[in-house]
Design a protein around this ligand. Structure first.
Ligand SMILES: Nc1nc2c(ncn2[C@@H]2O[C@H](COP(=O)(O)OP(=O)(O)OP(=O)(O)O)[C@@H](O)[C@H]2O)c(=O)[nH]1
Ligand SMILES: [Mg+2]
Length: 379
């Protein structure tokens, strides 16, 4: 269900919602959209539309309704009563996908924290059955009416405990990062909208096998590898990170702060864009927005327009390397294809050029400058 409130990013075909649903393991039966000036405070879509939705869901034998817009806890509850069906929104879908994908200890803790934060604002009853069941967080089949309500204070305590555990993991991660920093490696992070092809590009560049798939949020954990650039005769460290999405729940941005930190501490960001996606300009804006939220907007960026092989002939660029104006900043833009490999060499040379002029400590030039300084100092 999608509601057009006149916002620029309304998706009339609900393509992304359907992709999110499929990624979370749902089967999409039908889609319904409507226009409203403002959400109805009680039912979000108003009772007339709600009746239409109910009839449609009934005709398909649907078990759940998914909204593209985020619902307040009260709207969600009212809708569930009215429709006699489970009702969820984008935020919950994203949380559910994250819960299914989290692999690392840290990732699991982060999802747990986001889940608890979401939970603390919702009807507690809805979640209690999940405490015993690992994996999904969604409302599949619906909870039994007899389920006990969890005490809000208990959730508060869990949030606190999870935060503390995350804090410990974060300290370990900081230590690892400091070790890497001491080694003086130039750090490059792949960032971008989910499904843009970050992992595919990562794999193509470092010949690794990170999980790449036509799913939203295929990657949750950060992977880092050394990338050797023969032009420069040295390596840089390349990190593949979690994808961004519009309306990324705040609880997730918060919970994934440690993972996103990786991007924040990069020397250079490769902002990967799915150039074949008609919504790619909107997606670029959304990514810039998240980068601002995590304080990474000042880091130099190269725009990597991926999926060149999938561009229709009329949209093929005249030049494969140019620049693009983005919020008053001119950024280098490169077109390439992680799949076919076109443009990868050019990207490697771009990266080699971006390596800092000042060579590593072992370089003779650096040592001689130091030696000179050493002789001057005593004077
Ligand atoms: N045609 C085409 N498809 C590509 C290219 N690169 C990636 N893809 C496809 O795009 C989809 C997403 O690729 P991933 O590498 O998993 O994307 P990602 O940005 O890591 O996605 P998340 O980890 O989910 O955020 C997969 O189905 C890839 O096969 C490309 O150059 N051309
Ligand atoms: Mg990925």
């Amino acid at each position: 269900m999608g509601v057009d409130l006149g916002q620029p990013f309304f998706d009339p075909e609900l393509k992304e919602l359907a992709q999110l649903a499929a990624s979370a393991g749902y089967q999409v039966l039908d889609r319904l959209v409507c226009k409203r000036r403002a959400p109805d405070p009680a039912l979000y879509i108003g009772s007339g539309k709600a009746d239409e939705l109910k009839a449609l869901a009934h005709a398909h034998g649907a078990q759940e309704i998914l909204f593209d817009q985020s619902l307040s806890p009260a709207q969600q509850r009212n809708l569930e009563r009215h429709l006699e069906l489970a009702v969820n929104d984008r935020v919950l879908l994203i949380l559910e996908i994250f819960a299914q994908r989290a692999r690392s200890h840290e990732g699991k803790l982060q999802v747990e924290l986001a889940r608890l934060q979401y939970l603390s604002t919702r009807l507690v009853r809805r979640w209690s059955h999940l405490e015993r069941q690992s994996g999904g967080i969604g409302l599949r089949g619906g909870p039994g009416e007899t389920q006990i309500e969890l005490d809000r204070r208990m959730i508060g305590d869990s949030i606190k405990r999870t935060r503390e555990r995350l804090e410990r993991v974060k300290r370990q991660r900081d230590t690892q990062r400091r070790q890497r920093e001491r080694s003086g490696t130039f750090k490059v992070s792949l960032v971008g909208y989910t499904n843009a092809g970050k992992s595919s590009l990562f794999n193509a560049l470092v010949k690794a096998r990170a999980y790449a798939a036509d799913q939203l949020f295929a990657t949750l954990d950060t992977t880092t590898r050394q990338l050797y650039l023969s032009e420069a005769g040295r390596s840089l460290s390349l990190s593949d990170t979690v994808g961004f999405i519009r309306d990324l729940p705040h609880s997730l941005v918060d919970a994934f702060a440690a993972t996103l930190q990786e991007a924040r501490e990069a020397d250079l960001l490769l902002h990967v864009v799915d150039a074949a996606n008609p919504e790619h300009l909107q997606q670029i804006d959304n990514v810039q927005q998240v980068l601002r939220e995590i304080g990474a907007e000042q880091i130099p960026q190269i725009l990597v327009f991926n999926k060149l092989d999938a561009l229709p002939p009329e949209r093929e660029p005249l030049q494969l390397l140019d620049s693009m104006e983005l919020q008053g900043r001119s950024m280098t833009r490169i077109f390439l294809s992680a799949h076919s490999g076109i443009g990868l060499d050019r990207l490697r040379s771009l990266l080699a050029q971006r390596l800092p002029e000042l060579p590593e400590k072992s370089h003779p030039l650096w040592q001689s400058t130091n030696a000179q300084l050493g002789t001057i100092e005593p004077v």
